[in-house]
Design a protein around this ligand. Structure first.
Ligand SMILES: NC(=O)c1ccc[n+]([C@@H]2O[C@H](COP(=O)([O-])OP(=O)(O)OC[C@H]3O[C@@H](n4cnc5c(N)ncnc54)[C@H](OP(=O)(O)O)[C@@H]3O)[C@@H](O)[C@H]2O)c1
Length: 347
């Protein structure tokens, strides 16, 4: 049987629309899967890559991080997947630079250790919200030793436990998640609470209940002028780990530093480079959302946790359209801003 035709949404030049065209049919190398994509998701990173060409290593480029679909090809040394399996996967063009590792295509290569079986009861358009957010959240929570996020910027190393399929005993420790309704912040909330941590979060007023549904015990409106004081009060006398700032803007940093000051310092894990001068009692870093630290979570946690409902496909998807042609519209909508949702395209 002849190989199917692949197509991709190519970026030929920064700050231009993606153009749908033919693409080479990928072949699964050692430890890899080729996924026939049924759904792909949009991340803010994709908007930065389109607008400025940042992180693009090979032109023309195919990028995008989140895929859900069926395994089409299984590479050597892959034992836990077979052709036809329904999966979600994290496509790693961001680090590899290879076009075949970009999600914005009909077929994408994904490392088998960054994929998991998607239970039959979960739609591809739901499951696809998970991969990049999950790996970014684990990078924020569970690295034990600081690495390098970018030249001169260390990764955080909070060394927190992985999420558990069982009811994790309460650790007595509290983590503040700034951006509890964002894709990465809500996933970090789910995973941290499944590891036995208490989460206090900051989200939009209309998303307080949403962040609680992810596991936060106390949620405060980010527009409330007293938000930092309220977070400090909610952390109270519990053992304070620090803050995962999933928004990372000058405004959120100013609140982070007030909270850390009043609570005696701690960790500040950010999704962008942290503030330049942090006090000596604060250890700050920027996550880099691709790391082997996530491998045990992909391998042992994701599928059973999705099956049991312990891991929820949140935030809920907003389906923008069908076909690779819809990616340009989805990128536009992402740039306009989203609230507690992930933009998804069906293929
Ligand atoms: N370094 C890395 O490896 C890495 C990995 C992944 C993502 N990122 C970065 O992380 C950021 C978040 O990504 P994402 O996909 O999670 O974003 P997202 O879901 O698109 O973010 C939208 C959310 O941000 C919330 N938000 C905006 N301003 C806020 C504020 N001042 N306080 C609290 N919440 C606020 C909104 O909350 P409300 O609607 O409730 O107001 C909204 O729900 C992006 O900048 C992305 O580029 C970095």
């Amino acid at each position: 049987m002849s190989a199917p035709n692949n197509q991709a949404a190519w970026l030929h030049q920064s700050n231009t629309a993606l153009e749908v065209g033919d693409a080479p049919m990928p072949v699964a190398g050692v430890g890899e899967l080729v996924i026939k994509n049924a759904a792909i998701a949009i991340n803010p990173l994709d908007c930065h890559m389109q607008d400025s060409g940042v992180f693009i290593q090979q032109w023309p480029a195919i990028f995008g991080c989140d895929v859900a679909g069926e395994v089409y090809d299984v590479g050597p040394s892959v034992e836990n997947f077979k052709k036809g399996d329904r999966v979600i996967g994290h496509a790693i063009n961001l680090s590899s630079g290879r076009p075949q590792d970009g999600a914005f295509a009909l077929y994408t290569v994904v490392p088998a250790e960054k994929a998991a079986i998607l239970p039959d009861t979960i739609a591809f358009t739901d499951g696809v919200v998970v991969p990049f957010a999950l790996e970014a959240a684990i990078c924020a929570l569970s690295l034990k030793v600081p690495g390098v996020a970018m030249p001169g910027v260390a990764t955080p190393a909070l060394g927190l436990p992985y999420p558990s399929l069982q009811q994790a005993p309460p650790s007595g420790k509290t983590l503040v998640v700034y951006g509890g309704s964002s894709s990465v912040g809500s996933m970090a909330t789910q995973l941290a609470t499944a590891a036995g941590l208490r989460v206090v979060s900051v989200a939009g007023k209309h998303n307080l209940a949403f962040s609680k549904s992810c596991g936060a015990t106390d949620v405060f409106d980010h527009k409330d002028p007293l938000v930092a004081n309220k977070v400090i009060e909610a952390v109270g006398q519990s053992s304070f780990i620090g803050i995962f700032d999933a928004i990372a803007t000058p405004e959120t940093y100013s609140h982070d530093l007030v909270i850390l000051d009043k609570l005696g310092g701690g960790q500040l894990a950010c999704v962008h480079p942290p503030p330049a001068d942090v006090p000596a009692n604060v250890t700050a870093g920027m996550i880099w959302g691709i790391n082997d630290v996530a491998t045990p979570v992909w391998r042992d946690y994701v599928t059973p946790a999705l099956e049991s409902g312990k891991l929820q496909c949140l935030p809920r998807p907003t389906i923008v359209g069908k076909g690779l042609e819809s990616i340009n519209e989805a990128l536009k909508r992402s740039k306009a801003g989203v609230s507690a949702t992930k933009l998804v395209i069906e293929l």
